[in-house]
Write a protein that binds this ligand. Structure first.
Ligand SMILES: Nc1ncnc2c1ncn2[C@@H]1O[C@H](COP(=O)(O)OP(=O)(O)OP(=O)(O)O)[C@@H](O)[C@H]1O
Length: 290
């Protein structure tokens, strides 16, 4: 699938700003970004729910409406979306029936790991179970691409773990998956590729390891008294922060920074903390560093 130079404005707000993204078959991609970054709008454009001001969307060689109608793209309804008083099987069968050639419902239920809930009424489910039923609705047409907008936002840790288990089953069958998330560890753990968006633009795109490397600002901390600003001039140091008598140096080349500290005899209580994705994300979406 691909989005090419897509722009969408709402009045003065550029929700999506000249965004280009191509996802090859079988990849699991996390769309990661802060509130208002444009994730939902991007997904809306991809699914044909939000008409872009300009740019092109291509899904398996077709436009979004056609691809969705053919069952090639599955999306999860947001909260709500579950008709009360019907059973899980009835609901998933109903959705499957809207497609020309859906896979057997039992197979869909199994893939979403809700076979044991088939006879339950959908208004009697826990939050995590309801979310897996929505997931089954996304799978009902046997899609090649599944698009999930913050699928685990309302789930507790256990329900989230179960949800990702079902998702991994889907990924292992070669289905392409795009999901948006606020949870950095989710992007890190679940995705082959992380696309960071901010203010409607792609600000980083790569494996989570690559993203971390781009802004791999390791923190080198030492205890120091007196004038410490000179530490900011050491090799590799991009940013200096002082809390009490601790000096935290954010470094792009921690080896060089530590060597220079050692030469200067300033290695009291040395501590080196590698960047995690959270750090990378903060650095990418704030204008403070790099
Ligand atoms: N229908 C709309 N009308 C007006 N402004 C909108 C509309 N939809 C989105 N926006 C604005 O566009 C920007 C991007 O919103 P979007 O919901 O795509 O971001 P997001 O990354 O999904 O955020 P969140 O993580 O909070 O859901 C925001 O500034 C938002 O207020």
């Amino acid at each position: 699938m691909s989005l090419e130079s897509v722009t969408k404005t709402f009045g003065p707000v550029r929700a999506v700003d000249d965004l280009t993204l191509a996802i090859p078959r079988g990849q699991t991609v996390a769309l990661l970004g802060p509130n208002g970054a444009g994730k939902s709008t991007t997904i809306g454009v991809l699914l044909g729910l939000v008409p872009p001001d300009s740019g092109r969307v291509s899904l398996f060689g077709a436009g979004p409406e056609q691809a969705v109608r053919r069952g090639r793209v599955g999306a999860m309804p947001q909260e709500g979306g579950l008709i009360p008083r019907v059973t899980v099987r009835e609901l998933v069968s109903f959705v499957a029936g809207t497609y020309a050639a859906p896979p057997p419902v039992d197979q869909t239920l199994e893939l979403a790991r809700i076979s044991d809930l088939a006879g339950r009424r959908v208004d009697k489910l826990s939050g995590g179970q309801g979310q897996r039923v929505r997931f089954a609705m996304a799978l009902a047409g046997g899609p090649d691409l599944v698009v999930l907008d913050e699928p685990t936002a309302a789930l507790d840790v256990e329900a989230r773990r179960e949800f990702w288990q079902s998702m991994r089953g889907l990924a292992s069958r070669g289905t392409t998956i795009l999901f948006s998330t606020h949870y950095l560890e989710e992007a890190d753990e679940q995705a082959d590729r992380v696309v960071v968006v901010d203010r409607g633009r792609v600000v980083a795109d790569g494996s989570s390891a690559e993203i971390k490397r781009v802004v791999a600002l390791t923190t080198v901390s030492v205890t120091a008294q007196g004038e410490v600003q000179w530490l900011a001039t050491l090799p590799g140091v991009r940013h200096l922060e002082v809390t009490g008598d601790r000096v935290h140096l954010r470094s792009g080349d921690p080896d060089a920074t530590v060597m220079a500290l050692a030469e200067a005899g300033a290695v009291r209580d040395l501590e080196v903390t590698p960047a995690d994705l959270e750090d990378a994300f903060m650095a990418l979406t704030s204008k403070e560093t790099v």
